[in-house]
Ligand binder design. Structure first.
Ligand SMILES: Cc1ncc(C[n+]2csc(CCOP(=O)(O)OP(=O)(O)O)c2C)c(N)n1
Length: 641
């Protein structure tokens, strides 16, 4: 590597000649491939944005000028160029670099990210603050074509055009989300590209016509007016004229000198916002000749020669996502009113199975969780049974739509929350730890979590058949390996399942914590401690009858959930006990995630940190018993038992 080992900050990059930058980009690309082939990551997304990162840090005086990356999953080159090259191999691992951007990781990460479509709003805020303070730095937001279609980005575009603040938007247009980009905006960007190639083509034709002896001039004039009429209809007039943006484009997003020139031009625009439209290829340089865009976006470790993932010999049960997708297909076979929906995550949610089997009854709405929910509400008004599969963390975006449009009107919408709980490597922006708390406090909706993939199938049917709103949460990763060959069955709503009867302690578990609780009970049994284990199934309506009867039979209750404790499942159990005057004689301990930011890293380690595994639960039960025995009058309590 000729340049990269000496680039320890963007200032080092800026000492180079423009002519050297393409080679720098090549070295950065190779570095990403080498590193990601060992540790995995958002390989394809980052490979597509290498030249953009090089050009931006060359043209802008970072960190004085502010670069704001949307999502931040594509920013590996940015990390490499901003002093984090030698830590890139730690990306997404505990105590290592974040997979996204974090203000506390680097002064070059001007705005934390992880969820899409935030960059324009944040950048506009910075630009307005700059203007108010009379400062003079540049603000440049980098956003992908799919994230640009997200509601927030559209709202920011609207305000940016109105405010006329100096703001540069670099549009990374690769025609891809994680799956192929969808929607009218994507088509519009396509039309801009077509129009401009048409422009070039027409210029060539025009030149050829002109050379025709005698009539060349008039032929050329006729061609020009036709060209203009067509071009006026399709060129980026809407953005430029109506929204108040200037437009520079399109630019080859893998040609650094061209990008440098375009961004230098953008810097000169001092009377309002400007869009630089760069065309890129996702996964550019990825060592796999076959176009496999799903794999390009993010990968595990792979063979750097072939680009193929390393095969694991382990036979694992299907993932919850896969079971969801396949079960949807089964249920849709018999009920024609069921439709499926994803917000830009077809493969991440299993809706890809449905899109393949029932293309007319499955929708990818793009990065538009808010729209997704209200779109479902509309379909439910007309008698369809929409099932929206959205990651728990991304559903946060659609909170008001769930409340105001779905729950308030008591509509038959099912929400399948994938990746509920600790997700691991993607970290704080992606953990799905809040959904119980944010959904539990409003009437009409029913909330459930399966203990395993078979129960998940039952819950899917239960939710869809329930005439009002229903949501189920399930974790990232593989099921527990139970038999899923039987047809889904409807569950009794609000009814828990007692899995094991004991007398010393009762463990009431929700969803993913049921199996670890059973294992904990087995460990306790080996030490002569007898534990009751309850699979709560529902947090709303909660099974008050079972909880009351458990509280009457046990002095010690442990609740266990893979979620934030505040407002969560344990809180619901406490409320039930309080309502029934049972708190006084019962010691309750809620196990879950404390009120702190959960870092990224191996989910097993993170879960263990919060005691959310068999050992942690068993240990907590023993501690509670020991505490009880230390209390005055403990012998009396024991005797009563
Ligand atoms: C609110 C939200 N929904 C979904 C996602 C998942 N997600 C991460 S990257 C991505 C695709 C982004 O596409 P684009 O903006 O075009 O950038 P590219 O990856 O193509 O560079 C999606 C859907 C997210 N991060 N945030």
């Amino acid at each position: 590597m000729r340049f990269l080992q000496d680039i320890n900050s963007p200032a080092d990059l800026r000492k180079l000649r423009v002519d050297d930058l393409q080679e720098v980009a090549d070295e950065v690309r190779q570095f990403i491939i080498d590193t990601c082939s060992r540790v995995g990551g958002h390989t394809g997304a980052s490979l597509g944005a290498v030249e953009l990162a090089v050009a931006m840090h060359y043209v802008f005086d970072t960190p004085n000028d502010r670069l704001v990356w949307d999502v931040g999953h594509q920013a590996y080159a940015h990390k490499i160029l901003t002093g984090r090259r030698d830590q890139l191999h730690t990306i997404k691992q505990m105590d290592g670099l974040s997979g996204f951007l974090r203000r506390d990781e680097s002064q070059y990460d001007t705005f934390g990210a992880g969820h899409a479509s935030t960059s324009l709003s944040a950048a506009l805020g910075m630009a307005v603050a700059r203007d108010r303070k009379g400062e003079n730095f540049h603000v440049c937001a980098l956003i992908g074509d799919s994230s640009l279609a997200g509601g927030m980005a559209m709202e920011a575009l609207n305000q940016a055009g109105h405010l006329k603040s100096r703001l540069i938007v670099l549009l990374n247009d690769n025609e891809m989300s994680i799956a192929p980009a969808v929607g009218a905006l994507s088509r519009y960007l396509g039309r801009i590209k077509e129009a401009q190639s048409y422009h070039h083509l027409k210029e060539e034709i025009g030149g050829a016509l002109e050379s025709v002896p005698g009539i060349g001039g008039s032929l050329r004039r006729a061609a020009k007016s036709v060209k203009d009429a067509i071009a006026a209809a399709v060129l980026p007039g809407a953005l430029v004229n109506e929204l108040g943006f200037k437009y520079i484009g399109y630019v080859d997003g893998h040609n650094v000198p061209m990008l440098v020139r375009a961004l230098e031009e953008a810097k000169k625009v001092d009377d309002g916002p400007v869009i630089v439209h760069a065309l890129t290829t996702k996964g550019k340089g990825f060592p796999n000749p076959e176009k496999n865009y799903y794999a390009y976006h993010a990968t595990g470790p792979f063979d750097p020669e072939t680009g193929l993932p390393y095969k694991s010999n382990k036979v694992a049960p299907p993932t919850y996502t896969e079971v969801f997708g396949r079960t949807m297909c089964e249920l849709m076979e018999t009920d024609k009113n069921i439709v499926a929906l994803t917000a830009a995550m077809p493969d991440g949610t299993g809706v890809d199975y449905v899109l393949a089997k029932f293309p007319e009854r499955a929708f990818d709405v793009g990065i538009a969780e808010q729209h997704a929910m209200t779109f479902c509400a509309g379909m439910a008004c007309e008698g369809l049974k929409p099932v929206a599969a959205i990651y728990s963390t991304f559903l946060q975006r659609a909170f008001d739509q769930v409340i105001h449009d779905v729950c308030l009107q008591n509509l038959n919408v099912t929400i399948a929350m994938d990746r509920a709980g600790i997700v691991g490597a993607d970290g704080p922006t992606h953990h799905g730890l809040l959904d119980i708390a944010y959904l539990r406090g409003y009437p009409n909706i029913i909330l459930m979590a399966p203990k395993d993939e078979a129960e998940m199938r039952d819950m899917m049917l239960t939710a869809i058949e329930y005439p009002g709103p229903a949501a189920l949460r399930y974790p990232r990763g593989n099921g527990v390996g139970v038999d899923i060959t039987h047809a889904p069955e409807k569950l009794e709503i609000g009814k828990a399942e007692i899995l094991r009867e004991g007398s010393d302690v009762a463990i009431i578990a929700y969803g993913s914590m049921v199996y670890p609780s059973i294992q904990a009970a087995e460990r306790l049994a080996a030490e002569n401690i007898s534990a009751t284990v309850v699979n709560a199934r529902f947090v709303k309506p909660i099974d008050a009858e079972t909880i009351i009867s458990i509280a009457k039979r046990h002095q010690i209750i442990l609740t266990v959930e893979e979620a934030y404790l505040a407002g969560g499942f344990g809180s619901a159990v406490m409320e039930t006990l309080e309502k029934n005057g049972l708190l006084e004689n019962t010691t309750v301990h809620r196990m879950g995630v404390a009120d702190e930011i959960v870092t990224h890293g191996d989910p097993k380690i993170l879960l263990a940190h919060y005691g959310l595994n068999a050992d942690g639960i068993a240990d907590r039960a023993k501690e509670m018993l020991a505490e009880r025995d230390k209390r005055p009058g403990a012998h009396r309590l024991k005797a009563v038992k």
